[in-house]
Design a protein around this ligand. Structure first.
Ligand SMILES: Nc1ncnc2c1ncn2[C@@H]1O[C@H](COP(=O)(O)OP(=O)(O)OP(=O)(O)O)[C@@H](O)[C@H]1O
Length: 299
């Protein structure tokens, strides 16, 4: 419905904000930079009401956790549904693509990994699962002065779901997404099982390898059985499956391989295993974003 004009809304006024720039778009929605006086936010515009309501609810629940863009408002504009939220900086896939080596240093990678798991921890503690974890769904906050400090935040909650009630009873999602077909799903989900919190962590594992220089996009193009074997072996025998340059992450992937659906994810232990992967560097220390010869440098 009305997807054509979704990408040409710049110059439009919505809720007192002028849409100034199309940041990007996905399957059902577009995200614009929007300005009102000195206030600049991100506005997501979509044809999918339910997904945007789910996204707005997740952002509201995570408001005080500082792991996602701050929620501002949601509503309607003509045929579209909108969510206003904090404007973040570059997403991590953009950073990778614009870094000449297409990888980051070990010390940067463990801090990225630590912050990704921290984002998932905040979500899972609210009984939410993301289900669309990929490198491009993590973005950096706007750099803080002085020092250009940034932190990793998680985006795009359109496919998220409150997976159980307060008593731990599992809840169905009436939207009935088919996750089995998503190439970047975890091994169990690719087999047809329902996504659980541990699958968010496994998908974050793929994103971490991708950020670290492994060509995960190329891997996704492999024939089905080859891709499935790789996903299975990564959690069964990480020491033999991790690419050489990323073998140092074995303590983390060993722990990821221990995760099972019926036990809650121990995020603190996963964070500890990320730290154990590179003991000489404090995985909790801040990231900074600078620029060198026109390229982003995340350290
Ligand atoms: N709060 C935000 N601040 C800055 N950029 C954002 C924000 N939210 C989303 N974006 C960017 O907007 C673009 C579109 O995001 P969107 O979530 O609609 O789609 P997507 O994740 O690219 O697509 P898909 O539907 O395939 O998941 C992405 O590049 C994303 O990084």
């Amino acid at each position: 419905m009305c997807y054509d004009t979704l990408l040409t809304l710049d110059g439009t006024h919505i809720r007192g904000y002028l849409l100034t720039r199309l940041i990007g778009h996905g399957s059902f929605g577009a995200v614009y930079e929007a300005k009102c006086n000195s206030d600049t936010i991100a506005m997501k515009v979509s044809t999918e009401e339910e997904d945007l309501l789910v996204e707005a609810s997740a952002l509201q629940q995570l408001y005080y956790n500082d792991v996602s863009p701050k929620y501002h408002f949601n509503g309607k504009y003509g045929p579209y549904h909108i969510v206003g939220m904090e404007l973040l900086g570059f997403d991590l896939e953009w950073i990778r693509e614009n870094t000449p080596s297409k990888s980051c240093q070990r010390s940067t990678l463990i801090r990225i990994a630590y912050q990704m798991v921290h984002c998932l921890q905040a979500l899972h503690e609210k009984r939410l699962i993301h289900r669309d974890v990929k490198l491009s769904n993590f973005a950096l906050s706007q750099p803080k002065t002085p020092g250009n400090q940034v932190s990793v935040k998680i985006l795009d909650f359109g496919m998220s779901h409150e997976y159980c009630d307060a008593d731990g009873n599992l809840k169905e999602d009436p939207r009935g997404f088919v996750f089995k077909k998503m190439r970047y799903s975890s091994y169990d989900v690719s087999l047809g099982l329902d996504p659980a919190p541990k699958d968010d962590v496994i998908m974050a594992g793929y994103a971490i390898l991708y950020a670290g220089g492994f060509d995960f996009h190329e891997k996704l193009k492999s024939p089905d059985n080859e891709l499935m074997n790789w996903k299975r072996e990564l959690i069964r025998a990480p020491g033999e499956t991790l690419p050489l340059m990323l073998k140092f992450l074995e303590p983390f992937f060993e722990e990821v391989g221990e995760l099972i659906d019926i036990l809650p994810v121990n995020h603190d232990l996963l964070k500890q295993r990320i730290q154990d992967s590179l003991p000489e560097m404090d995985a909790r220390s801040a990231l900074t974003l600078t620029e060198e010869d026109g390229h982003p440098v995340l350290t």
